[in-house]
Design a binder for this molecule. Structure first.
Ligand SMILES: [Zn+2]
Length: 310
């Protein structure tokens, strides 16, 4: 899938080959783990690591040797910029090499290259999954990594755990010429975003979306239209973007997830952004892309993009 340059979403893995068929080739994996050309992407607990220059910290086999005792998992990621790469899951409190820094990836949107963000996000998602599945959920025995880190097998009952992705719907709800944005309690007072929520078992995407909007704002939604998806490694979501048309406009925040929800016209968004009384989600996020494409459907309205921020 090609994401248009004028509407980029971060974390989309257009830029590397996952080498999925190699995961079962244990001889090849062993050879790659000692090959001087191989690179390791360390993740310290919840944090990605960057060099002093702000680029992704990539280690070779000799640099990794000293981390072995603190390493919790090694996962084949694929080929990135001509190098075979593995994620290396480390303890949260590991001592970093000189100059290296911990980083959440959000402040790196529009700073790091798209392929670097996709690689680091993928590494974080896989090491997070390993760290949270060290024991079998069925019998409680330790699990063992298989298929180059892409399966965890229970050492006692044979249960196999696969990397989990949690589907979440994220939607721009419109009513006439206005769109519905909400604010979560922990956000800054001027920050608003599209509504979003996790899909529950036994529910399709369309109904998850309608339920979430009704729960959060009491607005009833009719027609919905799927647009695109985005991997989101905080910690393991797949964001599924929709446009939705409201059939009612009265707002009441029902479930406590939002402290405020409002209908915004394009002019209110333009004025709020200019005055600094409104801020939106980061360029590169599904929320930003949803708002931007609706906003720009009317000539004369243009929102900054991730590409502009570079
Ligand atoms: Zn088990």
């Amino acid at each position: 899938m090609h994401i248009q340059n004028n509407n980029p979403l971060v974390f989309v893995d257009n830029c590397f080959d996952r080498l999925a068929l190699r995961r079962v080739d244990e001889k090849w994996i062993t050879a790659q783990l000692s090959d001087p050309a191989t690179r390791f992407v360390p993740v310290a607990g919840e944090d990605n690591l960057l060099t002093a220059n702000g680029t992704p910290l990539l280690l070779d086999t000799s640099a990794v040797a000293q981390w072995r005792a603190q390493s919790q998992c090694t996962v084949l990621l694929g080929e990135y910029r001509g190098c075979v790469c593995f994620a290396l899951g480390l303890n949260q409190d590991v001592t970093l090499p000189a100059g290296a820094a911990r980083s959440n990836l959000r402040p790196q949107f529009g700073v790091l290259e798209d392929d670097a963000l996709a690689l680091l996000g993928y590494a974080r998602a896989m090491t997070h999954w390993h760290a949270h599945n060290r024991f079998c959920g069925k019998c409680g025995a330790p699990t063992r990594s298989q298929r180059a880190g892409h399966e965890l097998h229970c050492t006692a009952c044979g249960n196999i755990v696969y990397p989990r992705v949690n589907p979440a719907v994220i939607m721009l709800v419109t009513h006439g010429e206005r769109c519905l944005l909400g604010r979560q309690p922990e956000w800054a007072a001027n920050r608003f975003s599209t509504l979003a929520g996790f899909v529950e078992p036994g529910e399709n995407l369309e109904n998850a979306l309608r339920r979430e909007i009704l729960e959060e704002t009491n607005v009833r939604v009719g027609r919905v239209r799927y647009l695109r998806s985005q991997p989101w490694p905080y910690p393991a979501s797949l964001m599924l973007s929709f446009r939705a048309e409201a059939e009612s406009a009265g707002i009441r925040c029902n479930d406590g997830e939002l402290v405020e929800a409002r209908w915004f016209s394009r002019q209110e968004i333009a004025t709020g952004l200019q005055a600094g009384s409104l801020s939106l989600s980061l360029p590169g996020s599904s929320s930003h892309a949803l708002i931007r494409e609706w906003f720009e459907e009317v000539p004369g309205f243009v929102l900054a993009s991730a590409a502009d921020a570079r």
